[in-house]
Write a protein that binds this ligand. Structure first.
Ligand code: SF4
Length: 81
């Protein structure tokens, strides 16, 4: 089954909450700086400016909704395997 890498540019994120609203299985606002991040279950890297996660194929459409709705264009998704 395919896997996808999700990268959130937290420096660009304006913490509007839209990513979490459309895809709460993958995104939440971080308790560190209030900006979007990948939830612990899928997170592989987190710091103040970048959150990286690896998600299974069944969550691709969910993340794509967040990519499209993000006003800061802060979310990228790319197939990794
Ligand atoms: S939709 Fe974009 S700007 Fe809004 S919280 Fe998510 S990543 Fe940040």
């Amino acid at each position: 089954m395919a896997k996808y890498e999700v990268v959130v540019d937290r420096a660009a994120c304006i913490a509007c909450g839209a990513a979490r609203a459309v895809c709460p299985k993958v995104f939440k606002l971080g308790s560190d700086n209030g900006k979007n991040r990948v939830v612990d279950e899928y997170s592989v890297h987190l710091d103040w400016k970048t959150s990286v996660g690896v998600i299974p194929e069944e969550l691709y459409e969910c993340v794509l909704k967040a990519v499209k709705v993000c006003p800061a264009k802060a979310i990228k998704i790319e197939r990794v395997e």
